[in-house]
Design a protein around this ligand. Structure first.
Ligand SMILES: Nc1ncnc2c1ncn2[C@@H]1O[C@H](COP(=O)(O)OP(=O)(O)OP(=O)(O)O)[C@@H](O)[C@H]1O
Ligand SMILES: CC(=O)N[C@H]1[C@@H]2OC[C@@H](O2)[C@@H](O)[C@@H]1O[C@H](C)C(=O)O
Length: 367
């Protein structure tokens, strides 16, 4: 079977809306993909403020924003389709939306971006609310990309996505495991903003700073890191806990960036060490595929490689499209699996009572 689908991801870094048009080939359960076109539509300051502030809104204004943002997403998709001449080629849009809150313990997660509005604006069938079923089944509702890593990206032992929040996947033959490691780009970006930059390009500022061991210890001792998996993070851990800790120390921004980079590297190494000792493998050398915007942060990758070397883990990077659009690619696959009524969220990862077919379907065409 051939499927042509658009995947949409608005990540926790708030840099923009990732749109990827993918062609999938499936034969006897074996999947292949090609990223035919992909763009990030950066958010203007107005949308950054709206999405960041959504959590403060009352119920009515929140619902209005849900609708307005759904229409906005639909318009961006229409612009993307026009730009790449994809008219009449897209069978399905899978939209993650933008996470505003995430409370798995209360069986609730919130993604803005009304799927009905996207279907109405584009005239294309839409799958949205991809995390809702898993959360309702008592799962973390995140990470949901592992199904795509399994079906599309096969051979790596570990996957590390360095997005606003960093998450890790462990491709163990007995049990696929994945969870959020720690805040990443969102906190690095907040520090970079304090220096008038959107982000710390290549990690140059961080590389120029000094590491503060006591502060690093404080960060590494935060409760989240002691919790057993499955577990997942909401953005507020980075914005309301980690960033304020770095700021209240009063150290120069470059030093805070340097310390945060080390925190990400050490948490990743500690996580991998725990995974390898809890779920053993026969081999002693492993490849880790690094993706997400943080994979462009040369200094962060250097520090990560240093931390992972003693564990036998080699970091592998990939082409820019896969680094930047892996999540959008997998959202598209999740939508296609939903359409096929096949499981697209793994209970072994999220801890839900069963794996599930996630996503609400909105029909974009007339019957
Ligand atoms: N050259 C670079 N140097 C350093 N950092 C970079 C570079 N390019 C991108 N980044 C970082 O990557 C971020 C975007 O990452 P990405 O799009 O993967 O995150 P996201 O999708 O929002 O996050 P999440 O996976 O948590 O949903 C930018 O905001 C920036 O912090
Ligand atoms: C609730 C939510 O939106 N979580 C995101 C967030 O951004 C990164 C990390 O935290 C990850 O767990 C998840 O996204 C990816 C796409 C996932 O579910 O696999």
């Amino acid at each position: 079977m051939i499927y042509r689908a658009i995947g949409l991801m608005s990540g926790s870094s708030l840099d923009g809306l990732d749109i990827a048009f993918i062609e999938f080939h499936e034969s006897k359960g074996v999947w292949e993909y090609e990223i035919k076109a992909a763009d990030c539509y950066p958010y203007g300051e107005e949308w950054v403020q709206k999405l960041r502030g959504a959590i403060q809104l009352n119920a009515l204004d929140y619902q209005l924003l849900h609708t307005e943002y759904g229409h906005y997403i639909g318009e961006q998709v229409n612009a993307f389709i026009e730009r790449h001449n994809l008219q009449y080629q897209v069978q399905l849009i899978a939209s993650h939306g933008h996470t505003t809150f995430h409370a798995p313990a209360k069986k609730m997660t919130g993604q803005l971006g009304d799927g009905a509005a996207i279907a109405a604006v584009t005239g294309i069938n839409v799958v949205s609310d991809l995390r809702a079923m898993d959360i309702a089944l008592g799962g973390q509702g995140a990470p949901i990309v592992p199904i795509g890593e399994k079906l599309l990206l096969g051979n790596y032992t570990f996957f590390l996505n360095l997005g606003g929040i960093a998450n890790i996947s462990y491709n163990h033959p007995d049990q696929y495991l994945a969870f959020d490691v720690c805040p990443a780009n969102r906190v690095l970006n907040m520090l970079a903003h304090d220096e008038g930059k959107t982000y710390d390009d290549g990690g140059q500022l961080a590389a120029s700073g000094n590491l503060h061991p006591n502060l690093l210890k404080l960060l590494n001792e935060l409760d989240y890191y002691r919790l057993p998996y499955p577990k997942s993070l909401a953005n507020d851990f980075g914005t309301d806990v980690v960033y304020p800790l770095l700021k209240s120390s009063g150290i120069p921004t470059a030093d805070a960036l340097r310390t945060m980079v080390e925190h990400i590297a050490e948490q990743t190494a500690a996580t991998i060490q725990t995974l390898l000792s809890n779920h053993k493998l026969e081999t002693t050398s492993y490849q880790l595929l690094a993706t997400g915007g943080g994979a462009h942060n040369t200094f962060l990758l250097e520090r990560l490689q240093t931390a992972l070397q003693p564990l036998g883990v080699e970091i592998v990077t990939t082409d820019k499209n896969l680094i930047d659009f892996k999540e959008a690619l997998i959202m598209a696959l999740i939508g296609v699996l939903r359409w096929r009524e096949e499981n697209n969220v793994l209970a072994s990862v999220t801890g839900a009572s069963r794996s599930s077919i996630g996503g609400a379907v909105w029909i974009g065409q007339e019957a």
